[in-house]
Ligand binder design. Structure first.
Ligand SMILES: CC(C)(COP(=O)(O)OP(=O)(O)OC[C@H]1O[C@@H](n2cnc3c(N)ncnc32)[C@H](O)[C@@H]1OP(=O)(O)O)[C@@H](O)C(=O)NCCC(=O)NCCS
Length: 187
């Protein structure tokens, strides 16, 4: 009999997930294409960021498979100025041993829905131009390329381009926003 694929579930992250998220992130900070951050993250950094996002009702999610955290994704305000309060940008990371097995494809739509439910209207992502996996993942869930920022990064000894991708949430820009602004409501 063929083995059944192990289900991937998505749920809000908890503080217990911080070590697993840190391990996933640290690998990419050192070797990956996803992030430009050179400084290593500490558990408190992820804890603090997670709390700050949850206080603003921004989703912070993990994907779990067979009881293991295999990926995480979260949204932050696109820009701090109030005019941009209906737009978010997001990050997504899948454990290096679980890439290309559908985790991102399962996780990202849940993040998109959570941001739409929270009242945000646009979702924005910056992706390294050679990050084929992330470009494909985002295209497959409705993101479009809005432009390329040339030579804005310098890592591993060379300049890197960043692709700006965007997706509307709910009615997007077709109707005025609902008030109060979602991300400035404090729970
Ligand atoms: C980018 C990332 C989140 C993708 O997640 P994933 O779980 O590996 O992707 P999935 O298996 O769900 O595949 C999603 C789509 O991308 C495609 N894809 C995945 N890896 C790919 C690769 N290396 N090259 C080309 N396409 C790829 C899949 O075929 C699938 O396409 P489809 O929807 O048309 O079938 C994951 O590779 C990752 O965490 N990378 C490192 C961190 C990072 O770059 N984060 C994003 C920063 S912007």
């Amino acid at each position: 009999m063929l083995d059944q694929p192990v289900a991937i579930t998505v749920r809000p992250s908890s503080e217990m997930d911080v070590p697993a998220m840190l391990a996933i992130y640290t690998y990419y900070a050192q070797f990956g294409l996803g992030d430009y951050q050179a400084e290593p993250l500490r558990p408190d950094d992820i804890k603090r960021r997670r709390k700050a996002m949850l206080n603003r009702r921004l989703p912070h999610l993990v994907a779990e498979q067979a009881g293991l955290v295999v990926g995480y994704a979260y949204a932050v305000p696109f820009l701090k100025r109030p005019a941009y309060r209906y737009a978010v940008k997001h990050s997504i990371y899948v454990h290096k041993d679980h890439v290309r097995s559908g985790v991102g494809r399962r996780l990202l739509p849940v993040l998109i829905d959570a941001c739409a439910q929270a009242g945000f209207r646009q979702m924005v992502c910056y992706i390294d131009s050679v990050n084929a996996a992330s470009l494909r993942l985002h295209e497959s869930v409705g993101f479009e390329r809005s432009g390329v920022l040339r030579s804005v990064g310098f890592k591993f000894g060379h300049w890197t381009d960043t692709v700006l991708m965007q997706r509307a949430l709910g009615p997007g820009g077709a109707t005025p926003p609902s008030d109060p602004a979602p991300e400035i409501e404090k729970s």
